[in-house]
Write a protein that binds this ligand. Sequence first.
Ligand code: TYM
Length: 336
Amino acid sequence: MEDKKVILSGIRATGQLHLGNYIGALRFFVELAKNPGNKCFYFIANLHTLTTHTDPELLKKSLHGIVLDFLSAGLNPETATIYAQSSIPEITELTWLLSCLTPVNNLMTMPHYKEKGANLGKAESPNAGLLTYPVLMAADILAVKANLVPVGQDQHPHVEMTRELARRFNLRYGQLFPLPDLLEGEGIRLPGLTGHGKMGKSEEGRGVVYLTDSPQIVKGKIRKAATDPQRRTRKDPGDPQICNIFTFHTLFSAPEEIGQLSEGCRTAKIGCIACKDILIGHINEVLGVMRIRRQELEGKGKWFVDEIIHQGGIRAREVIQQTVQEAKELVGVPSY
Ligand code: TYM
């Protein structure tokens, strides 16, 4: 394991996965797991989910659905350790050690906390889990001594905070954690189809394309999606830089095609419907492969998924127990 690059990432169990999760994170999970030089840990962050979702049945259902999404996207449980965060109590133990190194002020300025707190309105106080969310995330990452964390743009501040916590821990108690890197570049942010904000699990309905949507549903949602508001008629030239659909093309289409679509939009040679139909084709190509795999997997029954997360939990816990033991020794609070 020492010679391998350790990769870790997680996804909350808030419902079905969507195209944003796929294009910003899941497709990298699959690519990275194909490299035998990597040791990959991918988990369902069901403890993080508790900060916003508290329905026990939904939590369990989402966990299963996400494992199916992982496998449908092409992850192989032999080459990637797939587990539930809740299987590993040592993660919350490490969270406490890291909490004691984390200034509350830093937590209060995290975009996630400010955003979710603002959504609650003045009368309701955000729960403490929302505040300490990034510390639990740092524990997830540091517990396997991850070198690389593939996540979408919205999660970058949390990984930056993890690096800061690793630095602090190593400085105070002795070298233990590598500083985890992000994927190169600014990170990916897929917009919602309504043209407002990013595609997100919490924006139900037509703003979101789910990985399990049928070809017809994908077509219906994309056909209704917002585009450049300047293009009121077919003859109006558009500006791809302000068109939601063009952003999708930059992520789902080939470079040559992106150039042609940009030019076609600016000169009004191509209309929005034709432009959308090309995108629909590409998205359905990606989802088509997943639909076939998912159908096969669903036939295998619930126990099949249970067994994958059970075995993955055992494998991940072995590694994590070891790290947390080392951390406790360094901090001076070993298990006697
Ligand atoms: P979550 O569940 O919100 O999202 C899972 C992954 O999907 C990415 N993502 C997007 N990427 C691009 N465009 C979008 N519209 C979009 N929406 C979601 C997210 O950036 C993320 O990579 N806190 C994490 C879960 C987590 C975690 C971790 C991740 C817990 N512990 C440790 C990495 C390492 C979260 O809520 O992701």
